[in-house]
Write a protein that binds this ligand. Structure first.
Ligand SMILES: [Zn+2]
Length: 154
């Protein structure tokens, strides 16, 4: 079963490629802007999420897909990277083979190595801490500097 965190990531990634959320009941399509606020989801994103999980708003799903957000939170669904583009896509775990297609199927510009990959919110403190830890682990002598540089690039 996909966790709430995974489903939020799934939406956040596709929103960055311009995929909108379809609210079937009202016929609206939503694209929260901005998606992130610092290291957290923005208010616009959270409002959108609340709408998705609210029983009053009917079915909400990503443009070009059939799986509703509430379905993805049920036990038979999981979220895995697409074989073609590495973006998170819904996968049916049990029963009939999955007929889910990645939302990338109608994006002619995707996958595209020249575009920046969608990302999650940046947590500068964590990444700096991680960097410091890696530098500390590779030692502080000049002989190890080329080694640590190649690690960072990989
Ligand atoms: Zn794909």
């Amino acid at each position: 079963m996909a966790s709430e965190t995974q489903v939020k990531q799934y939406l956040a990634y596709w929103f960055q490629l311009g995929k909108k959320l379809v609210v079937e009941k009202s016929g609206e399509t939503l694209l929260p802007e901005p998606i992130f606020h610092g290291d957290r989801y923005s208010q616009a994103f959270n409002d959108c999420w609340e709408l998705c999980v609210s029983p009053d708003s009917g079915d909400c799903y990503l443009e070009g897909t059939q799986q509703t957000v509430r379905q993805l939170l049920e036990p038979q669904w999981d979220i895995d990277p697409c074989a073609r583009c590495q973006m998170p896509v819904p996968i049916l775990l049990h029963g009939t083979p999955s007929c889910a297609t990645c939302p990338c199927h109608d994006l002619s510009f995707w996958p595209n190595d020249e575009l920046p990959k969608p990302r999650l919110q940046v947590n500068t403190q964590v990444s700096l801490r991680e960097l410091c830890r890696r530098i500390a682990e590779t030692g502080d002598g000049p002989s190890s500097s080329s080694h640590s540089r190649s690690n960072l690039n990989s």
